[in-house]
Design a protein around this ligand. Structure first.
Ligand SMILES: *[C@@H]1O[C@H](CO)[C@@H](O)[C@H](O)[C@H]1NC(C)=O
Ligand SMILES: *[C@@H]1O[C@H](CO)[C@@H](O)[C@H](O)[C@H]1NC(C)=O
Ligand SMILES: *[C@@H]1O[C@H](CO)[C@@H](O)[C@H](O)[C@H]1NC(C)=O
Ligand SMILES: *[C@@H]1O[C@H](CO)[C@@H](O)[C@H](O)[C@H]1NC(C)=O
Ligand SMILES: *[C@@H]1O[C@H](CO)[C@@H](O)[C@H](O)[C@H]1NC(C)=O
Ligand SMILES: *[C@@H]1O[C@H](CO)[C@@H](O)[C@H](O)[C@H]1NC(C)=O
Ligand SMILES: *[C@@H]1O[C@H](CO)[C@@H](O)[C@H](O)[C@H]1NC(C)=O
Ligand SMILES: *[C@@H]1O[C@H](CO)[C@@H](O)[C@H](O)[C@H]1NC(C)=O
Length: 562
């Protein structure tokens, strides 16, 4: 048997060189993807990795037993392959978080070759809880940690057996938790009563998102965990427990360390800025539980108090509505910050965030804009800009990240989680994201139907690897060499046989029996065509075609002579 590779004659390749120079022809494909639930993922963070020529997704869920955080890789931002295991092995060195491993994000330093995975985790050990939050019984002791790897597929190992060097403290907070009773569902009923509580609290932190500004400064955005943050509302006449989004500047030493052995620390401009506040603060409850001695700063960037928006009020009456089993709540979490410039050259910082609980029909994504990294951030009047669409069976749309296509930094996508039904797992969905800094606009493209593949995927190639006894492993790759997972239900190869041979396809394996029926060598031809699933029920598969410049295109196929 022999394999003939389809040769692509393109119009662009025949154009005079001078013409080609005017507008270099770019590859494009009419390949599409269906935005549906094929990959389990919660709080997904996605990045394009130039070194491996692939997209990588990191998720709170999806790891195998004994690992934290699912990892997936993709040639096209749409068909994902799970990496066995996960990001951090449970028994690796320096594990400090005892549970609540949430919301990983990964960044790559091109100069040092290190990948950094930021994540949240919770302490349960009373001594440890007191070390970071003063009170050994502090309810929800979440902190942010950093693990490193030489590869986007891990394994990642914690830099140290502790979280980052940051002790965010709120000196003005009336710590009503100290005058509440377990199970801490019912806060004081009046503001006057709340104001009798001792002042000051350490802040539990989750949902890290690191932002590099053009001036070289590095910023950590995070959520103040909803738990234990009761905020008085004049509007509703009661305390509501909320998460808020804060930012703080980090130092740069950890990022530049060629050995990646340095934990991030808060920048000196925020370090211990609340020293001496509040006046009568005792650092420890007693000598058995030494508490923190530093009180670091932060800037509030998203909260209801800073700018109330009614869509964030979906859960403010949950306590009564649930017959007393839930708390009255507000959430703002899962933020991502990017920077763009308007046509006058002024910076526009866009921050996306999720509000409400993901199990609620009111869960969704909003955004805010600022002209300085530390704000103030102004919420868009169009919020929420992404929310469930029951008519298309897309629920719980939120907590995403922003990634540009590999070929075009202006072509943005928002991978996020969503569910195909209100009681399903969370899955990875991806919507086109559009920003227009001149009008401070941020919005999403269509996320149903057949969506175009990102730039940079084409030209695809199809080849065989191994060909013993008539069984071939077919490999379809993107322009950058990343493999398509042919066992994923939205990818397939189809065979067309002429002559006497028979051929069967199973995922990426094609088995050809030529000897049994072919009269003589070369009398049979097997053509293998790469196809993508479509949303069109009468024509559910598309033969993917690709071309350079203005050409009509050729399908991605391969011919095997039997
Ligand atoms: C996603 O699309 C593929 C291809 O049409 C289909 O096989 C699969 O059942 C769909 N999954 C869901 C959850 O809709
Ligand atoms: C990690 O190990 C601890 C201690 O053996 C165990 O309690 C926990 O369930 C493990 N977690 C995972 C995700 O494997
Ligand atoms: C809690 O942490 C302290 C301080 O690291 C340690 O000495 C102690 O053994 C831990 N307790 C448990 C039950 O792991
Ligand atoms: C220290 O405080 C803890 C928590 O309130 C308490 O359980 C413990 O008995 C105290 N120890 C001493 C020696 O007072
Ligand atoms: C190919 O067929 C021969 C003869 O039947 C057999 O010995 C060999 O193991 C087969 N190889 C593979 C890779 O299946
Ligand atoms: C098919 O025929 C070729 C050439 O005679 C031979 O090398 C090969 O082993 C045969 N394959 C099978 C599956 O019989
Ligand atoms: C679905 O595909 C069929 C066959 O190619 C075509 O006639 C029809 O217009 C398509 N429907 C939609 C909604 O695109
Ligand atoms: C994609 O291109 C191929 C080859 O030109 C063509 O047969 C097919 O109809 C195109 N499909 C769509 C959906 O444009």
């Amino acid at each position: 048997m022999m394999v003939r590779f389809a040769v692509l004659f393109t119009l662009a390749s025949l154009l005079p060189a001078a013409f080609a120079k005017i507008k270099p022809a770019t590859w494009h494909t009419n390949g599409t993807y269906i935005n549906n639930a094929t990959t389990v993922a919660a709080d997904p963070y996605v990045r394009w990795d130039k070194r491996s020529g692939a997209y990588w997704a990191y998720s709170t869920e999806g790891a195998d037993e004994g690992w934290y955080y699912g990892i997936y890789t993709s040639p096209d931002l749409a068909t994902w392959t799970k990496i066995p295991g996960g990001a951090i092995k449970n028994d690796s060195t320096n594990i400090w978080a005892e549970d609540w491993w949430w919301a990983p994000e990964v960044y790559y330093n091109e100069k040092t070759g290190w990948y950094f995975l930021f994540h949240a985790g919770r302490f349960l050990n009373a001594t440890k809880v007191a070390e970071y939050f003063k009170y050994p019984d502090f309810e929800e002791a979440s902190k942010i940690g950093v693990a490193v790897s030489r590869s986007p597929q891990g394994p990642f190992v914690e830099i140290a057996d502790r979280p980052i060097d940051y002790y965010p403290f709120d000196p003005g907070y009336d710590d009503v938790n100290l005058i509440m009773q377990p199970p801490y569902l019912v806060p004081p009923s009046t503001h006057e009563e709340g104001k009798t509580a001792p002042k000051g609290t350490y802040i539990p932190s989750i949902d890290p998102d690191v932002f590099w500004d053009d001036d070289g400064s590095i910023w950590l955005f995070f959520s103040r965990n909803a738990y234990r943050n009761w905020v008085w509302s004049d509007e509703f006449g009661k305390y509501i427990e909320e998460s808020n989004i804060y930012a703080v500047r980090l130092d740069n030493a950890w990022w530049n360390d060629p050995h990646a052995k340095t934990l991030p620390s808060v920048h000196s401009s925020f370090k211990d800025v609340h020293k001496g506040e509040p006046k009568d603060w005792q650092t420890s409850v007693n000598s058995s539980f030494p508490g923190p001695t530093r009180k670091d700063g932060w800037v509030a960037v998203i909260s209801y108090a800073l700018q109330p928006q009614a869509w964030e009020n979906a859960h403010v009456n949950d306590h009564a509505a649930s017959g007393g089993t839930l708390k009255d709540r507000r959430w703002s979490e899962g933020s991502t910050t990017i920077k763009r410039y308007d046509s006058s050259g002024n910076p526009v910082y866009y921050l996306t965030y999720s509000a409400n609980n993901y199990e609620s029909p009111d869960y969704g994504v909003g955004y805010a804009v600022a002209d300085k990294v530390s704000g103030p951030y102004y919420k868009s009047g169009s919020n929420p800009v992404l929310s469930q669409d029951a008519s298309r069976s897309i629920f719980s749309t939120g907590h995403g990240s922003v990634v540009a296509s590999s070929a075009n930094p202006g072509e943005l996508y928002y991978p996020h989680h969503a569910r195909p039904s209100p009681d399903d797992d969370r899955y990875l969905y991806t919507a086109r994201l559009f920003v227009e800094p001149d009008s401070l606009y941020l919005g999403f493209g269509p996320d149903a139907g057949d969506l175009r593949l990102p730039s940079g995927v084409a030209p695809l190639s199809i080849k065989t690897e191994g060909g013993q006894n008539g069984t071939y492993e077919l490999v379809v790759r993107s322009a950058s060499g990343a493999k398509f997972d042919l066992s994923n239900p939205i990818n397939r190869v189809r065979v067309e046989v002429s002559g006497g041979a028979t051929a069967q396809v199973n995922g990426g394996l094609v088995t050809i029996d030529g000897n049994a029926t072919a009269k003589s060598k070369g009398s049979s031809t097997v053509r293998v065509v790469y196809e993508r699933a479509r949303s069109n029920e009468t024509a559910p598969w598309l033969a993917v075609s690709q071309a350079r410049g203005i050409d009509a295109g050729d399908v991605v196929d391969l011919i095997i002579d039997v």
